[in-house]
Design a protein around this ligand. Structure first.
Ligand code: LLP
Length: 437
């Protein structure tokens, strides 16, 4: 069990989340089932917001990176907790709009936004478009001209910081599809172009160095580099940058091997650096933005599955098959991500074996974990995979025409559906058999 989580065990030896017995949840809502603890989500949001108030005197805004888990209910919670929102596609933007999220607090990211997405964002009165490249810059300028407006923009910068994390989730280095590089001067060309265009104004810098990062140092280094850039832009081109967005990427505890720092320490460390460097360089302290995603929702979520076949291959391995798999959690298949597993219906049964947890997709790589330590398990047992609140539902799919599970929000013993489970009708909803077929 993850030590610092809010999970409990009741007198029936069942796992309890948000005051709800997981075995009963599985019975009531079926499995697979995503379960999110509302109080943990809110606590994490508050931790960041309070840190911004305390360490940076509130001269900033914490954006919830909705890619981690984007649903209308999550947007509502972020709004209630006073956070802004990071969206990265027309779909995430639409979700925020439909949830009634204040558009001025929405930041629109993405390395290849379409004209339609940009137009929707402008029409909605989006807070900030974070422009990724010069193609997008020109497209945006032309759109603004057509609409008779001038957009204040940020630019996504690759600061050249190497964050120690999985290659697929590293983004700050020059060889990345995101943003314009500092090392080779691309960012200066971009800034000069902005000056020549009359319907955009460059007011902000953004960067995001990667995800699931445990050290404070890369964030401190990044802040220094970005402030150096702010000073350079002022000196060389008279461009005054008033907004600095340092992205997200703060690591969380998936297993005992992970040792994250308290979330508010990121904001504390970065705030100190920003204040100090601004003083040294004689520049104004920028309005600061941070964009945590995973660290807000991952620890709040678990996924419940029912065990089916247990296949013991003598002298090879034991496969424990669950009724979900890579279609609801593709992270092992993609990144060999490690999780903590417990048996929700027999929490104190002693660990007795190492197994491979397999999904039900027609794909050998459809695993949720290898060398997973479990007690004896049998068909019908309820397995809980912990810390699945981020990048599980948001990366889920319908491979093999599996239906996406529902998400329920639990709090003080009550459970509410925030995303309905898909039905087979949903699966065929967009299928068409042309008449002439
Ligand atoms: N801001 C930007 C611009 C980002 O690209 C990301 C994540 C975040 C904020 C939030 O980062 P977080 O705090 O959640 O680490 N699918 C991968 C993670 C991809 C992260 C993409 N960008 C995974 O499952 O590990």
């Amino acid at each position: 069990m993850i030590e610092n989580s809010k999970l409990q065990i009741n007198e029936k030896d069942h796992l309890v989340i948000g005051g709800c017995d997981c075995v009963e949840l599985a019975r009531e809502f079926g499995t697979p089932l995503y379960v999110m603890d509302e109080s943990v989500i809110r606590e994490n949001m508050r931790l960041y917001k309070n840190a911004m108030d305390k360490y940076y005197q509130g001269k900033g805004l914490v954006l919830y990176a909705s890619k981690a888990l984007c649903t209308m209910a999550l947007c509502k919670i972020a709004q209630q907790e006073g956070l802004g929102l990071d969206v990265v596609s027309g779909g995430e933007l639409y979700t925020a709009m439909k949830a009634g999220f204040p558009m001025e607090k929405v930041f629109f990211h993405g390395n290849n936004k379409t004209q339609a997405e940009l137009e929707t964002a402008l029409d909605a009165g989006i807070g900030r478009i974070v422009v990724d490249n010069t193609h997008e810059l020109k497209m945006l300028n032309a759109l603004c001209e057509k609409k008779g407006m001038k957009a204040q923009i940020s630019v996504r910068v690759k600061p050249g910081i190497d964050a120690h994390t999985h290659d697929f989730v590293k983004t700050g280095q020059i060889d990345s599809k995101f943003g314009v590089a500092l090392e080779n001067g691309e960012v200066f060309e971009f800034a000069q172009q902005c000056k020549m265009l009359s319907h955009v104004e460059l007011v902000g810098l953004h960067c995001h160095i990667g995800s699931q990062i445990f050290d404070l140092d890369p964030f401190i280094e990044t802040a220094k580099v970005m402030l150096g850039l702010i000073a350079d832009l002022k000196e060389r081109y008279g461009i005054i940058i008033t907004e600095l967005n340092l992205g997200g990427g703060f690591g969380i505890k998936y297993t005992k091997a992970d040792d994250p720092v308290e979330y508010d320490r990121y904001i504390e460390a970065v705030s100190q650096t920003v204040k100090q460097v601004c003083e040294e360089k004689g520049i104004q302290q920028p309005f600061m933005l941070m964009e945590p995603g995973r660290s807000i929702v991952a620890p709040a979520g678990i996924t419940l599955y029912t065990v089916g076949s247990v296949k013991e291959i003598k002298d090879v391995r034991t496969y424990v098959a669950i009724d979900g798999g890579m279609f609801d959690n593709p992270r092992y298949a993609l990144y060999q991500s490690k999780y903590s597993f417990v048996m929700a219906n027999k929490m104190s049964a002693p660990v007795s074996q190492k197994v491979t947890v397999a999904g039900k997709c027609c794909e050998s790589g459809d695993l949720i974990g290898k060398d997973v330590e479990l007690p004896e398990v049998e068909a019908g047992d309820i397995m809980a995979v912990l810390a699945t609140g981020a990048y599980n539902y948001s990366m889920s799919m319908n491979y093999n025409r599996n239906t996406r599970p529902p998400i329920i929000l639990v709090n003080q013993g009550k459970a509410k559906v925030i995303v309905k489970g898909e039905t087979y009708e949903d699966i065929i909803r967009n299928d068409v058999i042309p008449e002439e077929l």
